[in-house]
Design a protein around this ligand. Structure first.
Ligand SMILES: Nc1nc2c(ncn2[C@@H]2O[C@H](COP(=O)(O)O[C@H]3[C@@H](O)[C@H](n4cnc5c(=O)[nH]c(N)nc54)O[C@@H]3COP(=O)(O)O)[C@@H](O)[C@H]2O)c(=O)[nH]1
Length: 940
C-alpha cells in the first residue's frame, strides 16, 4: 500500500528534526568537553604554578642556608677551625629546613667533615670526590649554586639530590663544599599533597628532561628516576613556550591521556609538570554525554514510534477506506450482476482493482470423496496457482488444512497475517512466495446455515488485515452470498418460467410441440405464405390399433411407443418442419418449403408420407415386447386460396378418415383431384414396374435416311403396351420412370433389346449396315458403371459396337465434363458412336463441345418444325449445320415432316433426316420392310 504524501512529509520533518537535535546535542557535548578540558588546563596550570613557586622558594631558602654556611666555613677556615662552633652552626641551620635530609660539609678531597641530619655520624669514610657536582665546585671557583642529578646517597641509601656551594680558603683555593641533601621523597610528599585526580601526574624533570621525581611513581621499567622523557608533544610545547605552557598527551608510560601544564622552576634547573587525566576531568562529562545520548536516542525512538504508529494508523485508515469502497462497489455489482458467474468474477475483480489486494478467488465446496474446493472465479496475479494447487475442505487431509479449506470446514473467517511464519501454512508457502503473497484471508460463504464455499483474498504485505478491515471483508462475503442467493432464486424462477412456458407449448411425454404451438406455427406459416410463395402441407398421423396396444400392455408401454413414434417422425422430416403431438396417438407434421407447383408438392408430400409410413411400420421394442404397428396419414396441401387453420385441420382429418377407410397403413390427400393424380401416378409407377418385369415394353424404330432417301439407320424408341390401356406414350411414362428411378431398368432393357436387334440385322441382307440410335437418360449415363454396363451388353449380345449409336441430350452434358468425356472416350474406343440429341436447346459451350468425342449433332425438331416460317429457327438450323461441318461431325435433322423442310435443310448442307415425312416410329417388321423398300427404290 502506498504511503500518502503528507505522511512522507511528516517522516522527512521527523528525520530533519532528529538530525538537528543530534547535531545540537553533539555540539553541546563537544563544547562542554572543551570547557572541561579548559578547566582542567587552568587547574593544572595553577597547580604547576604553585608547585613551581614552592620548589623555587624551597631551593631559594636552602641556597640562603648554603651561602650562610659557606660564609661561616670560610670564616672558620680563616681563623682556624672550631669544630664545635661549626656543628652548632650546622644544627642551627638545619632546624629551619625540615625538607633537608642532611646538611654536610666535605673537605677539598671530597671527604665528609661535618654533617647534620640522617647518617651524619657515618661521615669520615664517605667521599663525594667522584660526584660531578663536587668536581664542578672544585674546578670552578665561580660555580655558584649547583644541583646534582638524583643519586642514591652513599650514606643515606636514599634517592636524593644535592644542592651545594664551593667553600674557598682564605687564599681563594678550594677548601671544600657545603651540601644540602633533599631526598626525592620530599618531592613525593609535596606532590602527594595536591589533588589532581586518581590518574593525575606530577613530575619534576631536570633540564635534560630526565625524571627527578614523579607522582605517582611509575611502575615497570620506566619507574626509575633519571628516565629521560622524549615525548614529541612535550618537545613541541617547549620549543613553542620554553618557560611555561600546556599540551595534551597520551603518556607512553601508562597510556593515559592527559592535559599537561609545565613551568620552568625558578632557582632550580628543571621543570615541574602537572597533568590531569582526561578520564578524571571528563568523568562527569562522560556521564553527562551518555545520559544526553540516551535521552536523545529515547527522544528519537519515541518520535519514530510515534511516526510508525501514525503510519500504521494511516495504513489502517487507508485499508478501511478501500475496504469500504470495495464494499460499496461490491454492492453495486450485486445489483448489476446478470448471473452468478459474472457476479463472482466481478467481485474478485473489484477485490483486486478497488481493494488493492494481490489476488482473489472464489472456490465452491464440492461434496465429493476428497471434499474438493473447486475454483469458480479468480482475479489478480494468479499464474497457475489455482490450477496447480489441490485444495480440499476436509480436515482429515493435509491439503484441507489450509485457510480456504478451514474456512469452509469451520464456517469461520481464517486470517493469516504472515504465511512465512505460520507453520500450518507450510504446504502453501513455496507457491505463495513465488507469487509474492504474504498474508491472506479466507472468508466462508455461508448460505442458509451451510458453507457453500469461500472467498479467499491475498495481500502482498504481512499483517495486511486490520480488525475493522476484516469486519468489512466479512460483510462483503455476506453480501456476496446474498447476491448469489438472489441470483439463484431469480434463475430458479426463470427456469421455472421457461419450464412452464415450455410445458405450455410442448407435449411433456414426447417433448414435441403440442397443439397450441402447432396452431401458432400454422397461423404464422399461413400468414407468411403470400410472401414466401412456397408450398406447404399438413399431415395428420394416427397410429393404427394403438388403443389395443395401450389396453393390452398398459399406459407405460403405450407411452414408450408414443415416444418412439415421435422420434421416428422427427427423423422423417427436415429441421424446419414441425412434428407435433395433438394428444393420444395423433401426430401432426407440418412441412414447409415445398414446390409451388401443387402436383410437385403433392409428390413431395407423398414421398415424405411414405417415408413416415415406412418408419412407423417397422418393428418397435417396447417394454420388452416387440410391436408391429402401422399408421394412417391424412395430408392436405396449403391451397392457393387462403384456408384457415381450422379448415386445414378439418381437411387433414377428412383425409385421415379416408386413409383409415382405405384399409389403414396408407396416405390420403384431401384434394380429390390431387388424390386422383397421385393415385394415378402411383398406379402407373406400379404398373410400369410390373410392365418392365412382365416384358410389356417393346421397341419401335424410326428410320433415319440420307439425302437420297436411303435408310442409314434407326432410332430405337421405347413403347409400353399396357394390357388395359393399350400403347402408352413415352411422354407419359418416361418422365415418371426418370423420377422414380425406373429409367435404369428400362434403359438397360432398351439397350439390350437394341443390341440384340443389331445382331439380328447383321444376319439380314440389306440390314447389316444400319446403325441403331439408343436414347440414354442422364440418370443412366451418370451411373459410375455405365461404361461397363454398355460393354457388358455388347459382349452379351455380340452386337457390333460400330452399329450402336448412343444419343445423349445436351442438357446432361453440363456437369462433370471430365467424367463425361472419360466415359464417352472409353465407349468410343470400343467402337460406339455418339449423337448429341436436341442440339440447340441447351447451353453447349463450343469450347467443351470440341472436347467431346461426338460423331453427330441432331438438330432438334423444335427448330425444324418452323424452319421455313421462323427466320430464327432457320438461322439456328443453318448454324448447327455449319458448326457440325466445322467440327467434322455429321448432322441429322429430326422431326422432318415436309419435303420443303427437307429441301431447305438439304440446301444448307444437312443430308440426314428423321421424321414423319419419311416414317413414323415403326414396329421392327414394318421398319425392316421400310428399309428393304428404300433400298429397292434406290436400285430401281
Ligand atoms: N431414355 C429414353 N427415352 C426415350 C426412349 N424412347 C423414347 N424416348 C423419349 O421419349 C420421348 C417421346 O418419344 P416418342 O414419343 O417416341 O417421340 C419420338 C418420335 O416419335 C418423335 N418424332 C420423330 N419424328 C417426328 C416428327 O416428324 N414429328 C413429330 N411431331 N414427332 C416426331 O420424336 C421423338 C424422338 O425424339 P428424340 O428422342 O429427341 O429423338 C422422346 O423424348 C424420346 O427421346 C428410350 O428408349 N429411352
Amino acid at each position: 500500500m502506498a504511503r500518502p504524501p503528507y505522511l512522507t512529509h511528516r517522516i522527512v520533518v521527523f528525520v530533519l528534526v532528529d538530525l538537528l537535535i543530534a547535531f545540537i546535542v553533539i555540539a553541546a557535548l563537544f563544547q562542554s568537553r572543551q570547557q572541561a578540558h579548559d578547566r582542567a588546563a587552568t587547574l593544572v596550570d595553577g597547580l604547576a604554578q604553585v608547585l613551581e613557586q614552592t620548589i623555587s622558594a624551597m631551593v631559594y631558602r636552602i641556597d640562603i642556608t648554603l651561602l650562610d654556611t659557606v660564609e661561616e666555613m670560610e670564616s672558620e677556615l680563616a681563623k682556624g677551625i672550631d669544630e664545635t662552633s661549626i656543628n652548632v652552626f650546622l644544627h642551627r641551620q638545619i632546624k629551619h629546613h625540615p625538607e633537608l635530609d642532611a646538611l654536610r660539609i666535605v673537605d677539598e678531597t671530597g671527604h665528609l667533615r661535618y654533617g647534620i641530619g640522617e647518617a651524619a655520624g657515618n661521615t669520615t669514610s664517605s667521599s663525594v670526590a667522584d660526584r660531578d657536582y663536587f668536581i664542578r665546585a672544585r674546578d670552578d671557583p665561580d660555580s655558584g649554586l649547583f644541583v646534582s642529578k638524583p643519586v642514591i646517597g652513599r650514606i643515606s641509601g636514599k634517592w636524593s639530590i644535592a644542592l651545594g656551594r664551593r667553600i674557598n680558603r682564605p687564599d681563594g683555593s678550594f677548601g671544600g663544599a657545603v651540601l644540602a641533601l633533599i631526598t626525592l621523597e620530599q618531592f613525593q610528599k609535596l606532590f602527594r599533597a595536591i589533588d589532581i585526580g586518581p590518574k593525575g601526574v606530577v613530575t619534576l624533570l631536570d633540564l635534560d628532561m630526565e625524571i627527578v621525581a614523579r607522582h605517582p611513581e611509575a611502575k615497570g621499567r620506566y619507574s626509575s628516576t633519571g628516565t629521560r622523557i622524549t615525548q614529541e608533544a612535550l618537545t613541541r610545547a617547549l620549543q613553542k613556550a620554553p618557560e611555561t605552557g600546556a599540551y595534551d598527551v597520551t603518556s607512553w608510560l601508562d597510556k593515559t591521556a592527559r592535559v599537561m601544564s609545565y613551568r620552568k622552576v625558578d632557582n632550580y634547573p628543571g621543570y615541574i609538570f602537572v597533568g590531569i587525566a582526561n578520564d578524571d576531568f571528563l568523568g562527569d562529562w562522560h556521564k553527562q554525554s551518555v545520559m544526553t545520548i540516551i535521552l536523545m536516542v529515547l527522544v528519537v525512538t519515541i518520535t519514530g514510534i510515534g511516526i510508525k504508529k501514525s503510519e500504521r494508523a494511516e495504513k489502517e485508515r487507508q485499508r478501511l477506506t478501500r475496504a469500504l469502497r470495495l464494499l460499496s462497489e461490491g454492492n453495486l455489482s450485486l445489483a448489476r450482476a446478470a448471473d452468478e458467474p459474472a457476479l463472482l468474477s466481478d467481485i474478485c475483480r473489484l477485490v483486486v482493482e478497488v481493494g488493492g489486494y494481490l489476488m482473489a478467488w472464489v472456490g465452491f465446496a464440492e461434496n465429493d470423496e476428497e471434499k474438493t474446493v473447486r475454483p469458480v472465479a479468480q482475479s489478480g496475479y494468479e499464474d497457475g496457482y489455482l490450477e496447480n494447487t489441490r485444495i480440499s475442505w476436509s480436515s482429515e487431509l493435509a491439503i484441507g488444512r489450509g485457510p480456504t479449506g478451514k474456512a469452509i470446514d469451520t464456517g469461520k473467517c481464517q486470517v493469516n497475517q504472515n504465511i512465512l511464519t505460520n507453520p500450518t501454512l507450510a504446504p502453501w508457502r513455496e507457491a505463495a512466495i513465488k507469487r509474492g503473497y504474504t498474508a491472506s484471508i479466507a472468508l466462508p460463504l455461508v448460505s442458509h446455515a451451510q458453507t457453500i464455499g469461500a472467498l479467499t483474498i491475498y495481500a502482498a504485505e504481512s499483517d495486511a488485515f486490520g480488525t475493522e478491515e476484516i469486519a468489512l471483508l466479512e460483510e462483503l462475503a455476506r453480501n456476496l452470498v446474498f447476491g448469489m442467493e438472489t441470483l439463484r432464486t431469480r434463475s430458479q424462477i426463470k427456469t421455472a418460467q421457461t419450464e412452464i412456458e415450455y410445458l405450455a407449448y410442448h407435449d411433456p411425454l414426447t417433448d414435441l410441440p403440442n397443439r397450441r404451438l402447432l396452431l401458432d406455427r400454422l397461423h404464422r406459416t399461413l400468414a407468411s405464405r403470400e410472401r414466401t410463395k412456397c408450398g406447404g402441407a399438413l399431415m395428420l398421423i394416427d397410429l393404427d390399433n394403438f388403443k389395443t396396444l395401450n389396453d393390452t400392455f398398459g399406459h407405460e408401454t403405450g407411452d414408450q411407443l408414443l415416444r418412439q413414434v415421435a422420434e421416428r417422425l422427427s427423423n422423417c422430416v427436415r429441421k424446419g418442419d414441425t412434428v407435433a403431438r395433438l394428444g393420444g396417438d395423433e401426430f401432426v407434421v407440418m412441412v414447409e418449403n415445398l414446390s409451388e407447383n401443387p402436383e410437385e408438392a403433392a409428390a413431395q408430400i407423398k414421398t415424405i408420407g411414405e417415408k413416415i409410413l415406412a418408419a412407423l411400420s417397422s418393428r418397435y421394442s417396447v417394454s420388452e415386447h416387440e410391436h408391429h404397428g402401422t399408421a394412417s396419414v391424412g395430408a392436405a396441401l396449403f391451397g392457393d386460396h387462403q384456408e384457415s387453420v381450422e379448415e386445414l385441420l378439418k381437411q387433414v382429418d377428412i383425409a385421415l378418415y379416408q386413409a383409415k377407410a382405405a384399409g389403414r397403413n396408407t396416405l390420403r390427400f384431401f384434394d380429390p383431384e390431387l388424390q386422383a393424380a397421385v393415385q394415378a401416378r402411383a398406379a402407373m409407377e406400379a404398373t410400369l414396374r410390373q410392365g418392365i418385369r412382365d416384358n410389356q415394353l417393346l421397341l419401335y424404330y424410326q428410320p433415319q435416311v440420307d439425302g437420297a432417301g436411303q435408310s442409314v439407320g434407326a432410332e430405337a424408341l421405347v413403347r409400353w403396351h399396357h394390357p388395359d390401356r393399350g400403347m402408352v406414350s413415352p411422354h407419359e411414362f418416361i418422365p415418371l420412370a426418370e423420377e422414380t428411378g425406373l429409367i435404369l431398368p428400362l434403359g438397360e432393357w432398351v439397350l439390350e433389346t437394341a443390341c440384340s436387334q443389331i445382331v439380328a440385322w447383321s444376319h439380314q441382307p440389306g440390314m447389316a449396315h444400319l446403325s441403331l440410335a439408343v436414347n440414354v437418360s442422364a440418370r443412366q449415363f451418370r451411373q459410375t458403371d455405365f461404361v461397363e454396363k454398355v460393354q457388358g451388353v455388347l459382349k452379351r449380345t455380340g452386337a457390333n459396337p460400330q452399329r450402336l449409336k448412343l444419343e445423349l441430350t445436351e442438357s446432361m452434358l453440363v456437369d462433370n465434363v471430365e467424367d463425361i468425356i472419360e466415359k464417352m472416350s472409353a465407349l468410343k474406343r470400343a467402337g460406339v458412336s455418339f449423337s448429341l440429341d436436341d442440339f440447340g436447346t441447351g447451353y453447349s459451350s463450343l469450347s467443351y463441345l470440341k472436347r467431346l468425342p461426338l460423331d453427330q449433332l441432331k438438330i432438334d425438331q423444335s427448330f425444324v418444325r418452323d424452319v421455313l416460317t421462323d427466320p430464327n429457327d432457320a438461322a439456328i438450323a443453318r448454324t448447327i449445320v455449319a458448326l457440325a461441318q466445322s467440327l467434322g461431325l455429321s448432322v441429322m435433322a429430326e422431326g422432318v415432316e415436309t419435303e420443303a423442310q427437307r429441301a431447305f435443310l438439304s440446301s444448307h448442307g444437312c443430308h440426314h433426316y428423321q421424321g414423319y415425312y419419311f416414317s413414323r416410329p415403326l414396329p421392327v417388321e414394318s421398319f425392316e420392310l421400310f428399309a428393304h423398300r428404300s433400298v429397292e427404290e434406290t436400285i430401281h
